[in-house]
Design a protein around this ligand. Structure first.
Ligand code: URA
Length: 237
């Protein structure tokens, strides 16, 4: 059981004081009956709440897939630059949303945004072995020795040992590779490339576990994950 004003604020209807004003002015109904009691306690899954004519479809947590565009920072807020939270559409805004893991400003592709800390931990913790798949364009070809090094677990910056990566050649002529890693060290793919004498010229994340980026999402577009998709990052295979 939760307070009505807290429920409405958690669903992005407005700030706590905005939703209290809505309730006080008789614009919120529970099961068809208008109420002016912001402190009324109820189970949000067992009642129909309408605020300002909009029926609230209660969701404890949000899980959003974004096709992250170039030039946007994956942080919750940054007073200087645009973040992935800033570019969310209004109907998917609510308090507590954050990106699951970080992509560099110039990395594009699959980013999950949620307000579920346990889910984020399960996806990002190296121990959980959730592989993140990247399409990596390099400034030249990887030799078979370099590929073997990356597969064994390359040492970056002289002292940080990476876990073994999965490496596949996607387009030899244009130096495009698929690299899968299950950890998220700072600039990891770029530093792994450097460790074998190459530079990354384009980086795109295409999957997290078995959750693949929806190809119909344009740059910066988002959609909610379905209930089934929400389980995919956690069931690697
Ligand atoms: N590795 C990087 O170097 N950058 C990213 O954004 C993700 C993985």
């Amino acid at each position: 059981m939760e307070r009505l004003d807290k429920i409405l604020a958690s669903q992005g209807v407005g700030t706590r004081s905005e939703v209290r004003r809505l309730i006080r002015t008789g614009r919120v109904a529970v099961d068809g009956v208008f109420t002016r009691a912001a402190d009324e306690k109820l189970d949000p899954t067992a009642h129909t709440i309408v605020a300002d004519g909009r029926t609230i479809c209660y969701k404890k947590h949000l899980y959003i897939m974004m096709n992250k565009p170039d030039g946007v920072v994956s942080a919750s807020n940054d007073s200087h630059v645009k973040t992935v939270i800033d570019i969310l559409p209004d109907d998917l805004r609510r308090k507590g949303l954050f990106p699951v893991g970080r992509l560099d400003k110039d990395t594009t592709g699959l980013l999950v945004i949620t307000d579920d800390g346990a889910f984020a931990h399960a996806v990002t913790s190296p121990g959980k072995k959730v592989f993140k798949t990247y399409r990596v364009t390099l400034d030249g070809a990887l030799t078979s020795d370099s590929i073997a090094l990356l597969r064994d677990g390359v040492t970056i910056d002289g002292n940080e040992v990476c876990l073994p990566a999965q490496v596949a050649v996607l387009d030899e002529e244009h130096f495009i590779y698929e690299i899968r890693i299950c950890e998220g060290k700072y600039h990891q793919i770029k530093r792994m490339a450097q460790a074998v004498g190459r530079s990354v010229t384009a980086l795109r994340r295409t999957a997290v576990g078995r959750l693949a980026l929806d190809p119909s999402l344009g740059a910066g577009e988002v959609r909610e994950l379905t209930d089934q998709e929400r389980l995919l990052p956690l069931s690697d295979g």
